[in-house]
Design a protein around this ligand. Sequence first.
Ligand SMILES: [Zn+2]
Length: 270
Amino acid sequence: MQYIDPHIHMVSRTTDDYETLAKMGCVGVSEPAFWAGFDRSGVEGFRDYFRQLTQFEPTRAGWYGVRHWTWLCINAKEAENLSLSRDVLAMIPEFLDLPGVLGIGEIGLNKNTPNEATIFLEHVELAVKHDELILIHTPHLQDKLQGTRMILDMLRSDAGGREGRVLVDHVEEHTIAHVLEAGYWAGMTLYPTTKCSPQRAADMAERYGPERLMVNSAGDWGPSRPTAVPDFILEMRRRGHSEAAIKRIVYDNPLEFFGQCRRFDFEPRA
Ligand SMILES: [Zn+2]
């Protein structure tokens, strides 16, 4: 089955991973800007990272017939440095009109601190000003519910009415209803150590239905599984769901969401 991974950090993955994804049916990947595993030393480090995301990664993906789209931001882990964050925010518009850029992300909260909230809101304001889509990271484990509540409150006040243009990722059983009922898109992340398994994701898909629901691997530089979306497809097949119902979550929904970006272009395969 053809599918799209709407959240994967391919700069951390090998060219062999692109080949494997292509062989498993992946036709497109969307890569949010992310923390490098260490704090970048200045704004020029981000400029180089954004060049990599908008220039080299689409080329590398293209070697295997995979489309590559991206999102730009400074990650919440680096938001404690307010002046660096604001330098990056001021630079982002240089890249916003490039083909393959889908919007602002992955923004969000990590430890739910005041500085993280400040920089989150400044990203939202930038997205609203430029009419960009938003991709959101929700925090891990014990911080997730509180962080998700804070994020949804901030979005309501600063981006109310734009719910259909926002994807909230890493939802789990205790946060998915908050996200979907408020009108946002929701992404379930299949991750080997934390977040969600294919079985739990299939349970949530059965409980909440396919509308505004996606599934991703969030593959990055840590222990992660870039082929996790096919694991979900297999689990859904095993439970007897139709190909059309599965395809809606792993292919049609990402295309519908991304399709709201004025730069988005995608030619489905015959
Ligand atoms: Zn991520």
